[in-house]
Design a protein around this ligand. Structure first.
Ligand code: SAM
Length: 269
């Protein structure tokens, strides 16, 4: 693998840092824990190191790769395995559900080692459009901390709440920058998102996330300032009931409390 990869001209603009560590590949595979009769979507398979391991689980694997130059690796896999298909397109622009309708499966997995500059866009699209049963994602360590962040920490933000609303998130492993070719500037982490089966219930999810985003809009401002467009009296009544008030900042409310606040605002009290 190392010899072959040295001849490939990696494009920094596409975040092409390829994983070159068998130990980490195995950890990702074991940590993802893929059930039989599943469909696995891989975003950005690169030269196919992880792809081949996913294919060997005997599930169907559907990969989306933007760089057609990688066909020198991926087409060989397609010829070798009937359960693998690669689509050369931008994952962010593709109508993924059109491809999914061609498969029958019990569980949907998404696995991705994604370029850092489009991390949020990819996570949003995976959750919003695919909502897989399980999503294993390798991302920059700092972003990982934000996604797993708990209230009253610097990293806690509206993206943390969006991900945690649908998924229980756990860490599979840390990945040193030395595990990649070429070596990136930052260390990474592999996270596993497990669907939490509607643990949190709200009448309208878009409205709920608008409330959350507004609350975090200006991080240093308090709820009174960030939630001006809502009924502040009602918000204050709710906050008092949980021993808080409008001077609190968004980062001081848990996901449970945001859900209760939203539901209270929508109630007839
Ligand atoms: N999965 C491989 C690995 O772990 O070695 C490659 C990971 S590399 C960090 C990111 C991969 O995503 C590259 O192959 C790159 O060409 C691809 N990529 C970048 N932007 C993409 C996009 N918008 N849609 C699909 N693939 C993309």
């Amino acid at each position: 693998m190392v010899g072959k990869m040295e001849r490939f001209r990696h494009k920094k603009s596409l975040g092409q840092n390829f994983l070159n560590d068998k130990n980490i590949l195995n950890k990702i595979l074991v940590g993802t824990c893929i059930d039989p009769n599943s469909l696995i979507i891989e975003i950005g398979p690169g030269s196919g190191a992880l792809t081949e391991k996913l294919i060997e689980t005997n599930n169907n694997v559907l990969a989306f790769e933007i760089d057609t130059r990688l066909d020198i690796y991926l087409n060989k896999l397609e010829e070798k395995y009937s359960n693998f298909r690669v689509i050369y397109t931008d994952f962010l622009k593709a109508n993924i559900n059109e491809y999914l309708s061609k498969y029958e499966y019990s569980k949907l997995y998404v696995v991705a080692n994604i370029p850092y500059y489009i991390t949020s866009a990819i996570i949003n699209k995976v959750i919003d459009k695919l909502r897989p049963d399980c999503f294993t994602v390798m991302i920059q360590k700092e972003v990982g901390s934000r996604l797993m962040a708990k209230p009253n920490t610097r990293d806690y933000n509206s993206l943390s709440l969006y991900c945690q609303f649908y998924y229980d998130i756990s860490k599979i492993c840390d990945v040193s920058k030395n595990c990649f070719i070429p070596k990136p500037d930052v260390d990474s982490v592999v996270l596993k998102f497990n669907k939490n089966d509607n643990k949190f219930k709200v009448a309208d999810e878009n409205e709920f996330f608008s409330l959350v985003k507004s609350a975090f809009k200006q991080k240093r401002k308090n709820l009174r300032n960030n939630l001006k467009q809502y009924d502040l009296n009602k918000i204050d009544t709710f906050l008092n009931s949980i021993c808080k008030n409008l001077s609190y900042r968004a980062e001081q409310l848990s996901l449970d409390e945001f859900v209760s606040l939203y539901n209270f605002l929508n109630s007839e009290n």
